[in-house]
Ligand binder design. Sequence first.
Ligand code: NAP
Ligand code: F7E
Length: 320
Amino acid sequence: MTKRALVTGITGQDGSYLADFLLEKGYEVHGTVRRSSVEKFERIQHIRDRVTLHQMDLLDQLSIITVLEDVEPWEVYNLAAQSFVPTSWNQPLLTGEFTALGVTRMLDGLRTVNPDIRFYQASSSEMFGKVRRTPQDEETPFYPRSPYGVAKVYGHFITVNYRESYDLFAVSGILFNHESPRRGLEFVTRKITDAVARIKLKQQKVLRLGNLDACRDWGFAGDYVDAMWRMLQLEEPEDFVIGTGVMHSVRDVCRVAFEHVGLDWEAYVMEDPAFLRPAEVEELCADASKAKRLLDWEPVVSFEELVRMMVDADLERHSG
Ligand code: NAP
Ligand code: F7E
């Protein structure tokens, strides 16, 4: 029997990779999109005729219930959110509405329509923020450092709470940074690889960045959507940390990306205080041993391979 999945945020980086992955597994894939005066479906253009799209907004409970009733999914992946950390200081209330309360709206919708639906919540390593210990695992206490991080902590605990209160199969995947050629241009890895391509092609002269010392555990989005799916195939719902266990700095991303096109990063990168944050997350590093043990999941793409893959894709895009 064909399994049916609903992906909120299917137009985003992860939504598009998850849709690819689920189609490959033989799923009937449905996705939610926001009404807009222009369509922004670039990331799913290649599968547009293989997925069914439904209008829904995390702010609108009726739209959530209607989609759940129409689609009758087995699995729901809640990837929709306001996901850019700096924007969360400029729009803290909207971020809370989408990224925090939106999760409750999804869970309530599911509980109302069919409590047997399996639910994945896209939680984030940003919840660890000012880290209490390194590396971070499922037991590490949270200390978020942005309105986005705070909203994700709410989303995490409301998922745990609905699981415990209503016996839902609801899981929270605590994913560390994951990137790809489909990453939004404002996130640091893509900002760097896009600039490297443009500088190499003489379309840009300098690259302005904020904190070069910030360290993250960067993996490939294509590997991480596999982990999401594995979580929903378990017998019992459990939460998981997903990451590579290897930490690099923003400086390292610059070095690998510029080196790949034969340039010295120090000749092009300028530090600009405009990109510093009111409160910074200095370093994040995952201990994903639970995922390895119970999901048999491990990342495939290394940090260097990831950065080079992104530079190559941006070079191709800008050369065209
Ligand atoms: P993304 O590229 O920014 O995609 C976000 C998606 O959410 C887009 O499809 C967007 O639609 C949709 N969306 C935003 N507000 C909405 C609303 N009010 N109603 C309905 N849809 C809405 O994010 P991503 O990198 O794929 O991340 C996916 C999820 O994982 C997010 O929840 C993010 O916070 C979380 N996460 C990401 C990472 C990471 O490193 N990528 C790590 C941990 C957790 P539009 O196209 O209309 O804007
Ligand atoms: O920043 C530093 C910045 O914006 C990474 C989201 O997917 O991952 C992402 O959040 C680091 C920060 O990602 C620039 O200060 C320096 O320390 O790429 P980012 P993020 O904030 O870690 C988590 C797991 C999520 O859940 C989020 O949704 O890089 N940095 N200079 C810069 N960052 C940006 N964006 N731009 C710069 O110029």
